[in-house]
Design a protein. Structure first.
Length: 305
């Protein structure tokens, strides 16, 4: 039986991760001005891999042992190459803010994966209520009562498929790579392994789709550098630190906060509209995420065993 780490051991990494990944949807949209979806994904993975290898050398962190490469390859596809190609593809049809909002459903996909395939990490009733409330907040943010145009359904379907993969990857990583075993990989080694495997997996996409459709501009280059070094490099160290020090359900709720950051960034940097329901929904999302993480306790559950 394991004892949960205190919130302060993972919360700083959680918040910084939210800020970095919340802006990644804007970087993707800028990248698509010159690059194909495959080009965006290969760029962020390759730069993330280089970043991780440099950090590993500086920190004298070893690469994963041979026995880890198979589970790393399995985890990398839904967590990086596969999921990211779907999100890059989706932003050809929908706004960066909407992509970020749909990404907020990741904790629900994680919860479903835990219930179906990983019963040893059952979520508490408080987490179920928190995740449910968070999802309601996402629905308010997107304004589901307004309806969606037919042209957006392809992009939405791609995002939903990506989120489903994310949901499976969190408990898989925790079970096979992060914690619960005496030889668990440290966050830096784990992040480096995922970046290496993801980069390899992204090469066929580039061969099929191509890398760029227009000359690469300075803003596109900076967007890819930011997306690769921060969003695919440093952020992954933070991500696995949160997974290792909390649990799969808590780690996945970072996407609730990412939703808020994505909406604000889309409005500020891309001129995407913010309507009244988005800040209201954001408040519901924050409340739900806080309940799911145990930062806010429901009195009835606090008294129960």
């Amino acid at each position: 039986m394991t004892t949960a780490n205190p919130v302060r051991s993972w919360l700083p990494a959680y918040l910084v991760l939210s800020l970095i990944w919340g802006n990644s949807f804007v970087f993707i949209m800028v990248g698509l001005e010159s690059l194909t979806p495959a080009g965006v994904v290969f760029s962020r993975l390759f730069l993330g891999m280089v970043t991780m290898l440099i950090v590993s050398v500086v920190m004298r962190s070893p690469l994963p042992g041979r026995q880890y490469w198979k589970p790393l390859f399995i985890a990398a596809f839904p967590m990086s190459a596969g999921g990211w190609i779907l999100f890059a593809f989706s932003e050809q049809y929908i706004s960066s803010a909407l992509a970020g909002i749909i990404n907020g459903a990741t904790p629900l996909a994680t919860l479903a994966a835990i219930l179906v395939a990983f019963p040893e990490e059952k979520p508490t009733r408080q987490r179920v209520i928190g995740l449910g409330l968070g999802f309601i907040g996402v629905l308010v943010v997107v304004g589901v009562w307004q309806g969606l145009g037919a042209a957006t359904w392809i992009g939405i379907a791609a995002c939903v498929l990506a989120v489903t993969g994310y949901g499976v990857s969190y408990p898989y990583v925790r079970r096979h790579l992060a914690t619960g075993r005496p030889d668990a990989l440290p966050p830096l080694t784990l992040a480096t392994g995922v970046m290496i495997m993801g980069t390899i997996q992204s090469v066929p996409f580039v061969l099929i789709w191509g890398y760029a459709h227009d000359p690469i501009t300075v803003p596109v280059a900076w967007a890819m550098i930011s997306l690769g070094i921060l969003g695919s490099g440093i952020a992954y160290i933070l991500n696995f630190r949160v997974i290792s020090r909390s649990d799969a359900t808590t780690a996945s709720t970072v996407t609730f906060v990412i939703t808020i950051v994505a909406v604000i960034s889309g409005a500020v940097f891309l001129g995407e509209d913010i309507t009244w329901n988005q800040p209201v929904g954001a408040l519901v999302v924050i409340t739900g995420a806080s309940i799911a993480q145990g930062l806010l306790r429901l009195p009835r559950f606090a008294r129960s065993r």
